[in-house]
Design a protein around this ligand. Structure first.
Ligand SMILES: O=C(O)COP(=O)(O)O
Ligand SMILES: [Mg+2]
Length: 227
């Protein structure tokens, strides 16, 4: 039985990929889910303050994971599970690749985002040589010290709640959700997700992003998803 539903934010809870408008139907759907006793949480590459605010105002109860796995929040407590980023590494990345800092970098500790969200082979090589995690969410290129990635944060969040993988469902859109999916029992990709994520999903929604969230939640509550 699913006890916790974890959602990616950008491209999943929004109206579309590349949009930051949260889909109101998706909000209503997750509220109904919580009212039916299933906890709801967020797992995102966004910074801690952004997610803390959103989590509060969406009135969620299943905790959240910020900074692509590096920061975990549950029941009033914040946990940092990755190494703090070295400013020299950020400066090296900036000078080598000329990407733009995302506005949330002022509020980050471990995982930093840059735009445009296009990952090149040179960036991957550089990250490898520095022992860094690097991925594009479709919104930004993210770098952090390894071990990082949404999986490390999700693992911690499940431990804090005493939940088994099989009791948790996840929904996402991008390659940053691969590690997230590896830590849960039921993996759902929105209809417009990256092909690689779809290839490891148990369920792919017909609809894109937020409308896909609504579609999955409706099916789950009707008992139409076999878990
Ligand atoms: O922070 C980003 O770049 C994307 O965030 P997401 O993990 O919510 O899709
Ligand atoms: Mg996303």
């Amino acid at each position: 039985m699913i006890k916790l539903f974890l959602l990616d934010l950008d491209g999943t809870l929004t109206e579309d990929r590349n949009s930051t408008a949260i889909d109101v139907d998706a909000i209503n759907a997750i509220r109904t889910l919580q009212n039916n006793g299933i906890k709801v949480g967020l797992v995102s590459g966004n910074s801690y303050p952004v997610l803390r605010g959103l989590y509060t105002y969406l009135n969620l109860n299943g905790g959240f994971v910020a900074e692509n796995g590096c920061i975990v929040f549950f029941e009033g407590q914040k946990y940092r599970v990755c190494k703090i980023m070295d400013k020299n590494i950020l400066n090296e990345f900036r000078s080598l690749f000329k990407l733009k800092d995302t506005w949330q970098n002022d509020y980050r500790e471990c995982d930093f985002g840059f735009t445009p969200a296009i990952l090149t082979d040179n960036m991957v090589e550089w990250a490898k040589s520095r022992g860094l995690y690097i991925r594009s969410s479709g919104y930004a290129v993210h770098i952090a010290y390894k071990p990082a990635g949404k999986g490390v944060g999700v693992k911690k969040l499940l431990e804090l709640q005493g939940l088994r993988k099989e009791e948790v469902a996840a929904i996402g859109d991008s390659l940053t959700d691969i590690e997230f999916f590896n830590e849960v029992g039921l993996k759902v990709a929105v209809g417009n997700a990256d092909e690689e994520l779809k290839s490891i999903a148990d369920f792919i929604t017909t609809n894109k992003s937020g409308k896909g969230v609504k579609e999955f939640v409706t099916k789950l509550l009707r008992g139409e998803i076999n878990v």
